[in-house]
Design a protein. Structure first.
Length: 451
């Protein structure tokens, strides 16, 4: 029995049910490993990494990538997006090691290692980001369904029903497979990109040269760069993958598969992200005036360039991205709040066994659904700025992560080494510098013209 179970799950009968469910999954893993079936073993152990990466390819992220392609074409941002997903892999691999070494969730570790003040600070950081992001997920779902003529209230209701259906399995492994079956449809943006008739040589040139970048450096470019970073690495990812890996039962023996899981997720997500940029690049080449439209109307504006089928697939992609992310982000909040409150928090439990976990999971989604139905709510402004806010919230979350993976008392031999620390601190400095630059130019916009 691990420390997390002892502190968070004190009821013997409920504890036994949760442990039995997890033990059944572990037995399958042990059998696959003992029989030398690596593909079967990988299939059983993948999940958290793929889900966290494809979950981060959420509605605001795909809209951000669409805005990127429409504003800047396929030059600088194609290799830049690949670089951000490589950065995401480095960050998320640390959460896999934390889960394997400690068998405890991210929020619980922060409270235990840094104290109540910093624990509350980290939770505020998480909750603000999650609530804002959930609102944008419903904006994306609403935009996608509006393309097919569905009203906003029905879009919100259907999204809530999907979340309820996903969590009603009462078993982590089943929930994980349901979520993965939805997440794979993130690749729906690939055929849309093909329908835009891209030039393969231009794409290869962009991937190899980080160019061209029309217009030079500007405040708009900085915001777009920050939005694309925020579309790849956000605080909820740290909390979700570590807690999901714990709920799944990941051990030190599973680290290789956990890394493959995370790397595979980053690769698939980067393909979908790049495809979205490519799909919307015709808007750039045809000088479409984006100021006259809202981000929610991308599917409609793409009609002349990708046809009705392509535009329909783009709209479906937004719906999928919003639904999967809503499930992931709501679950990350529920895990964190449950760990901090020391109440049962596992998808291996029935609803009546962990009522506060499931109530908090649904609460965020319901609040977000209500917000998008408020007449006159500034949905467009929220949608545009949420990834920038995510970037600004990321440095403190990364700082806690780096400190935890360097804590040899809890990590032992799995603690960070020189290379991991060098990359991790570099990522923190880059994101902090971006946020500082954004703040400086917001206050002193004339500086950008004097350079």
């Amino acid at each position: 029995m691990d420390d997390r179970s002892q502190s968070a799950h004190p009821t013997p009968l409920i504890l036994e049910r949760e442990d039995i469910a997890r033990a059944k999954d572990r037995l399958n893993v042990i059998q696959a490993r003992s029989k030398g079936r690596p593909l079967r073993l990988l299939w059983l152990l993948v999940g958290p990494g793929i889900l966290v990466m494809l979950g981060e390819n959420d509605a605001p992220s795909m809209l951000s990538y669409a805005q990127t392609g429409a504003s800047y074409g396929i030059g600088f941002f194609l290799p830049f997006i690949m670089l951000t997903f490589a950065m995401a892999y480095v960050v998320q691999e640390m959460t896999v090691r934390l889960a394997a070494a400690t068998h405890r969730g991210h929020a619980e570790l922060i409270f235990d290692r840094f104290g109540r003040f910093w624990g509350i600070f980290a939770m505020i950081d998480l909750v603000i980001g999650n609530v804002l992001t959930l609102v944008t997920e419903f904006i994306g779902i609403r935009a996608g369904m509006a393309f097919f003529g569905l009203p906003a209230w029905l879009s919100a209701a259907l999204a809530i029903l999907v979340v309820i259906a996903a969590i009603s399995s009462r078993r982590y492994f089943t929930w994980e497979r349901i979520a993965m079956s939805l997440a794979v449809f993130n690749l729906i943006f690939v055929p849309v990109a093909l329908m835009a008739h891209p030039h393969p040589t231009a794409i290869l040139h962009a991937l190899g040269t980080f160019s061209p970048l029309p217009g030079g450096f500007s405040m708009n470019l900085l915001v777009q760069i920050m939005a694309d970073v925020g579309a790849t690495v956000t605080p909820w990812m740290l909390f979700f993958q570590q807690s999901a890996a714990v709920d799944k039962g990941i051990t030190k023996q599973d680290l290789t598969q956990g890394r493959i899981d995370t790397g595979l997720g980053a690769f698939i997500a980067s393909i979908a992200a790049i495809a979205t940029v490519v799909a919307c690049s015709p808007l750039f080449f045809h000088h479409v005036n984006l100021s006259a439209i809202g981000q929610s109307q991308f599917a409609t504006v793409l009609l002349p360039y990708v046809g009705h089928i392509g535009a329909s697939l783009f709209a479906l992609g937004l719906i999928e991205a919003g639904l999967v992310a809503t499930i992931m982000i709501s679950t990350s909040s529920a895990y964190a709040l449950g760990e901090v409150a020391k109440v049962p928090s596992s998808l291996n439990r029935k609803i009546r066994e962990a009522p506060w976990f499931y109530v908090s999971l649904l609460a965020g989604a319901v609040i977000a659904a209500i917000v998008i139905l408020i007449p006159g709510a500034p949905l467009q402004a929220i949608s545009i700025t949420v990834n920038v806010i995510a970037t600004l919230l990321m440095p403190p979350a990364l700082l806690f992560l780096i400190l935890l993976v360097n804590d040899r008392q809890i990590m032992g031999a799995l603690a960070n080494r020189f290379f991991g620390n060098a990359v991790g601190w570099t990522i923190i400095m880059i994101i902090t510098a971006m946020g500082s630059t954004y703040g400086l130019l917001t206050v002193f916009p004339h500086l950008i013209h004097s350079s």
